[in-house]
Ligand binder design. Structure first.
Ligand code: NAP
Length: 241
């Protein structure tokens, strides 16, 4: 290990928590940043700050004022605004940036799998009468509210402010096993699973369950991000120290 670094991790993911723990154990001064979206977030080791920075300029000022020597973007692949702000703030503050970009999921051979570019397209891809398991979080469920011809079971950590009429909300935090995912899909007679292409192992059980049960996967492609120095895993970040 070279000298002690003052590191800002943009977090909100299991990888970010794992990375914070390992960097703290190596003796680095680590601050993790969370957006404040979940009511009771799982907190990583080290210092934690919660809430937005006020755009890229706010993050750049925070990095400068805190004397940070490294910025690590370990946010979820769909946190596109935060990742774009990280690129701009890194340049403005002169603090090097590493992004963890976990590989996306690809369809197994023979899978019933439809790729779409956003939630509106995902909603449009559902056939009439579909029984849908939605695993897209809380913020974008409104895109499906007009599909009153389908039945929705939506899983998310915290309850949404408004529940569309007739929907069932499952308030739960993963990871889930393949057996648990299969039991849920069977109990709800699910025909379609809607998922973001988050990638990684933590949420992959639902895809295996869908495949085993012949449930069609509607997979939302990742948003494009501005270029940054990227690695695929926590281990790869640690390999740089
Ligand atoms: P986003 O749309 O890219 O970001 C919107 C704004 O929220 C950002 O401009 C920033 O506000 C603030 N923000 C986002 N992440 C932040 C962080 N780690 N620390 C401080 N401020 C943050 O983000 P999002 O998709 O809503 O995701 C929010 C958080 O949830 C992230 O930490 C992400 O890792 C986690 N998460 C997201 C998803 C998902 O599907 N999107 C899934 C699992 C976990 P300012 O401009 O004011 O700085």
């Amino acid at each position: 290990m070279d000298k002690r670094k003052t590191i800002m991790i943009l977090g909100g993911t299991g990888e970010a928590r794992q990375l914070a723990g390992r960097l703290v154990a190596l003796g680095h001064d680590v601050t993790s940043s969370l957006a404040g979206r979940t009511a009771a977030p799982m907190l990583p080791p080290g210092t934690v700050r919660i809430g937005g920075f006020g755009g890229a300029e706010g993050l750049a000022a925070f990095l400068r004022e805190g004397g940070f020597t490294l910025l690590i973007d370990a946010t979820h692949p769909f946190a596109a605004r935060m990742s774009a702000n990280a690129v701009a703030a890194s340049a403005a503050a002169g603090v090097p940036l590493i992004r963890i970009e976990r590989p996306g999921w690809t369809p197994p051979a023979g899978a019933a799998w439809i790729e779409v570019d956003g939630m509106a397209q995902a909603a449009a891809a559902l056939p009439e009468g579909a029984r849908v398991l939605l695993t897209i979080g809380r913020q974008e469920i409104g895109a499906f509210a007009g599909r009153t011809d389908c039945t929705f079971v939506a899983r998310m950590i915290d309850m949404p402010p408004e529940v569309p009429a007739g929907w069932e909300i499952l308030s739960a935090r993963g990871p889930f096993s393949v057996a648990e995912e299969m039991a849920l899909m069977k109990a709800q007679a699910i025909t379609h699973l809607v998922s973001k292409n988050s990638g990684g192992d933590q949420a992959a059980a639902k895809l295996e369950a869908a495949m085993a049960l012949g449930v069609t996967v509607v997979m939302v492609r990742r948003p494009a991000l501005p270029a940054a120095e990227s690695v695929a895993s926590v281990d790869e970040v640690l390999g740089r120290f």
